[in-house]
Ligand binder design. Structure first.
Ligand SMILES: O=C(O)CCC(=O)C(=O)O
Ligand SMILES: [Fe+2]
Length: 303
């Protein structure tokens, strides 16, 4: 009940002062609808240097990029190998190769990519994707950045490939609509150079960030490079190239885009974390709490 009226309220205010100043909807969001999650995060200290440094960078820039060992427990690296081999096998299926050869897929929303881990895929107890998404170190970073124990909102994976069209949809600069403040994780499964359409971000444009001053009235608006460079010069953009295993954590309420591949493909898996009352409906399908879940923070992520 509180969640749904809050959603309407936020939809009205989203993209305006709510992202710049800590006004009433922000306080209702944090200390009303997410009070339990906020308190639980606040009382939890972290001694892990990787966690502290990732959180500090996220708070300043809205994004942190590094090798997966920085953000995941060692035990999860085996899950990443498994997840990676599932996605890479899916990427080399003949239907996908046909789409790449044609330069167009039949994916209704985005014809420049093929989903390899569909949003609606069910994640049972053995899903290496779910194990990764609930990695305790990763959850701790997200919790400390958002200032609350997060909810896991989505698990996905896809391949982007070169097309003849101009950049469109998520290939243009935009802010994501899922919540006031969110964290998306992207893990590259292949080497991503400048020609593979790397993920890019304008550091400081996250909610309450130091470059968040100018925001469009319409948060769903998509902006070209030319328009963006008038507000934020291109030398301030962080272009996330990196080898396979590069991991990006970003508050994608800040300005970002998936670049447009020129001559190479880009393959990744992605997780989205929100508060307990996201604006968009959650698509995650986890039929049961897996038996290996052993912390309250993990349980909250699935609640
Ligand atoms: O393709 C990408 O790297 C980013 C896509 C995007 O905008 C998103 O996942 O929110
Ligand atoms: Fe986005």
């Amino acid at each position: 009940m509180l969640g749904s009226s809050l959603t309407k309220y936020r939809k009205r205010l989203f993209g305006r002062k709510a992202l710049q100043k800590k006004t009433l909807p922000y306080y209702i969001w944090r200390f009303g609808a997410n009070a339990g999650r906020t308190i639980r995060s606040a009382v939890q200290g972290s001694a892990d240097q990787d966690v502290r440094s990732a959180v500090a960078t996220l708070r300043t820039n809205g994004i942190v990029v590094g090798s997966c060992e920085k953000f995941l427990k060692k035990a999860s690296l085996e899950d990443l190998r498994q997840a990676s081999s599932i996605v890479l096998a899916a990427a080399s299926a003949s239907a996908v190769e046909n789409s790449i050869a044609k330069g167009r897929s039949d994916n209704a929303q985005k014809d420049f990519m093929v989903p390899l881990v569909p949003w609606e895929m069910e994640h049972g107890p053995d899903s290496p994707f779910l194990k990764l998404a609930l990695d305790p170190k990763l959850l701790e970073i997200v919790s400390k950045y958002l200032g609350m124990w997060p909810q896991l909102h989505a698990i996905g994976g896809w391949i982007h490939f070169p097309t003849a069209d101009s950049p469109k949809k998520s290939q243009l600069w935009h802010r994501d609509p899922e919540d006031f403040s969110i964290t998306k994780v992207f893990i590259y499964l292949n080497d991503v150079g400048p020609d593979a359409g790397p993920f890019s971000y304008v550091p400081g444009t996250q909610p309450f960030g130091k470059r968040n001053g100018k925001i469009s009235k319409n948060p769903e608006k998509h902006i070209t490079d030319e328009e963006m460079s008038k507000q934020h010069p291109s030398d301030s953009w962080l272009v996330c190239t990196g080898p396979a295993g590069t991991m990006i954590l970003a508050d994608t309420v800040g300005f970002h885009r998936g670049g447009k591949p020129k001559s190479e493909n880009r393959i990744l898996i992605t997780f989205t974390y929100t508060s307990g009352v996201p604006i968009n409906e959650r698509q995650l399908r986890v039929p049961q709490i897996p038996p290996w879940v052993d912390s309250e923070m993990q349980r909250y992520a699935l609640r």
